[in-house]
Design a protein around this ligand. Structure first.
Ligand code: HEC
Ligand code: HEC
Ligand code: HEC
Ligand code: HEC
Ligand code: HEC
Length: 411
């Protein structure tokens, strides 16, 4: 009996120890939040650069395609490498090579060639020096050729014929976006409801997908099921591709998103209103937020992005008497297992209503109810943890409103 029991406790002990070791490792292991797929496991090959082009630099494309260059250079794509937040985050994460395949995707933009992989998951590439490395091109981030160069040809929507460079017709311009804006996260040990940067999955999961299509039709696009990114992120314009060329319907190279308050405001419908009073001695207000202009969630992109909404009761000196604070964010438990806990962001067309009751007898000095909605590129805690000294603000207002309480009171 004794022997048996001690052997049993030995087994239990070993199992427990193994479990503790496993959990401890899960708590400190390097974390790979996405799955490396064929789409971006290696940089884009620039072999077979068209003879007619001197280099792959955006500056050279600019010598003929001025306006496209101008627009691109105001976009975050042109800063995908120099972006100080990216640089700090990348260093904090151990300068992984795979990050480069989307942030500086051309082989010539990278110091090393990827010769193979040490692990099945392709997080540990075998690197060799790259003699074709071009430091200047590296600073162009997601440069023209990253989207336009494939197998020595320039991808474009028209299939034009010019002596400037060979062209291959691009069937669906959105395919270009999917290369970098779709990452998968499904592994045995992760429990994501939508993938880590789930923009495309978010569009597909919008319940009113039919209405999505209707919106697509209104803008002159067919209502197929494939998410249409360029419709909103590359607005239409009429102009020639090159000075003096044929006027065509083109897409502006703007790609506005979280870094642009106007773009976020365009997606957000916000209203502060007085609601029917819950009882004769109280007043009630509602802040309603609706994602009316983004096919994916608002906000979308990295899980860093979030909105905060505050409703405040303020006295005549501007002192806040009471405040409700709401966070609209994707909440993820990272360790020991990645679990998608709660998602309070705004899916398309589903209004979110925050109610705020005021009892004038309890707060007799109150004079206004105020609402403020802010977009955050990242959390202040995370900013501090990774040591990112931001020069640009990491949060900004996208809505502000106030309602005076006094009119009724003076009666
Ligand atoms: C010497 C001038 C010149 C240079 C340099 C040049 N292009 Fe072009 N490109 C043209 C001309 C001309 C056309 C055809 C215009 C037309 O038919 O309206 C064109 C067409 C295009 C198209 C549309 C193709 C289609 O038919 O759908 C794209 C995309 C494009 N260029 C991208 C680039 C990129 C990217 C670079 C730099 C790597 C570049 N071009 C460099 C002159 C140039
Ligand atoms: C080669 C990879 C790549 C491709 C292809 C690509 N993107 Fe991006 N995109 C990025 C990266 C990297 C960033 C983030 C850069 C940063 O903030 O450092 C980004 C950022 C953005 C943003 C966010 C802007 C902001 O203010 O934060 C939008 C919007 C966007 N891309 C739209 C598109 C669309 C639409 C397409 C397809 C036409 C596309 N992208 C194709 C890599 C890519
Ligand atoms: C993030 C990907 C991306 C980058 C970077 C990019 N383009 Fe484009 N470009 C596209 C897509 C997608 C289209 C097709 C739009 C459409 O359907 O008309 C396009 C179309 C074009 C066209 C044809 C006109 C039009 O709008 O259809 C030209 C010319 C062009 N790009 C030039 C450039 C130049 C020059 C640069 C760099 C300064 C550049 N592009 C950078 C994605 C990109
Ligand atoms: C109906 C219009 C619409 C469509 C379609 C759309 N977007 Fe957006 N997108 C927006 C608006 C508005 C914003 C700004 C608010 C936000 O961040 O959600 C935005 C923001 C973004 C951002 C910024 C995230 C960040 O980190 O700053 C990215 C990336 C993005 N969209 C990618 C895409 C991609 C990829 C597609 C196609 C699969 C797409 N969008 C389709 C309207 C649209
Ligand atoms: C599959 C392509 C891809 C890979 C790989 C990738 N990124 Fe990105 N990254 C993007 C895109 C697209 C965006 C912008 C849209 C968004 O917010 O989802 C972005 C945005 C970012 C941002 C936000 C930048 C800003 O200006 O706010 C940071 C930081 C970042 N990436 C860091 C990294 C790091 C670190 C790695 C490697 C561990 C990495 N990325 C790997 C595509 C990629």
């Amino acid at each position: 009996m004794m022997r048996l029991r001690s052997r049993k406790s030995l087994v239990v002990g070993i199992v427990l120890l193994a479990l503790i070791t496993f959990l401890a490792w899960r708590l400190i292991r390097p974390m790979n939040i996405f799955v490396v797929t064929e789409a971006f496991e290696r940089p884009v090959s620039t072999a077979g650069l068209p003879q007619s082009l001197q280099s792959l630099s955006a500056n050279d494309c600019a010598s003929c395609h001025q306006e496209f260059y101008q627009e691109w250079s105001t976009s975050i794509h042109s800063q995908a490498w120099t972006d100080p937040y990216f640089q700090v985050d990348w260093a904090f994460d151990g300068k992984q090579q795979v990050c480069k395949n989307c942030h500086i995707p051309l082989d010539r933009q990278q110091e090393h060639k990827v010769a193979g992989f040490k692990d099945d998951e392709k997080w540990q590439p075998i690197l060799e020096p790259n003699p074709a490395f071009d430091a200047k091109l590296q600073h162009e981030g997601v440069t023209c050729a990253a989207c336009h160069l494939r197998d020595g040809k320039i991808l474009g929507p028209y299939g034009s014929e010019s002596t400037a460079h060979p062209v291959e017709k691009l069937a669906n311009p959105n395919e270009v976006c999917f290369k970098c804006h779709v990452v998968g996260g499904n592994r045995w040990d992760t429990f994501f409801r939508v993938p880590p940067c789930g923009t495309v999955a978010e569009i597909r999961s919008t319940p009113a997908a039919a209405a999505n299509d209707a919106a697509g039709q209104k803008s002159g696009r067919s209502g197929d099921a494939s998410p249409d990114c360029v419709q909103c992120h590359m607005p239409l314009a009429e102009r020639p591709l090159v000075a003096g060329g044929k006027v065509r319907t083109v897409r502006r190279h703007l790609w506005r998103g979280g870094h642009d308050p106007e773009m976020v405001k365009q997606g957000l419908d916000a209203a502060l209103r007085e609601a029917p009073a819950p009882s004769p001695d109280k007043r009630s207000f509602t802040l309603t937020l609706t994602n009316k202009g983004a096919a994916h969630y608002l906000p979308t992109g990295t899980p860093d992005r979030h909105l905060t909404a505050s409703i405040r009761l303020v006295d005549r000196n501007g002192i806040v008497l009471r405040e409700d604070h709401h966070v609209l964010k994707r909440n993820i438990l990272w360790r020991p297992f990645i679990v998608d806990l709660r998602d309070t962001r705004l899916p398309r067309w589903q209004p979110r209503v925050f109610r705020f009751d005021v009892d004038p007898s309890r707060d007799p000095t109150a004079v206004t109810v105020e609402a403020q909605v802010q977009y955050h590129l990242l959390n202040e805690d995370r900013r501090r943890r990774i040591g990112y000294e931001n020069k640009e603000p990491i949060a900004y207002d996208v809505f502000r409103a106030r309602i005076g309480l006094n009119k009724e009171k003076s009666n």
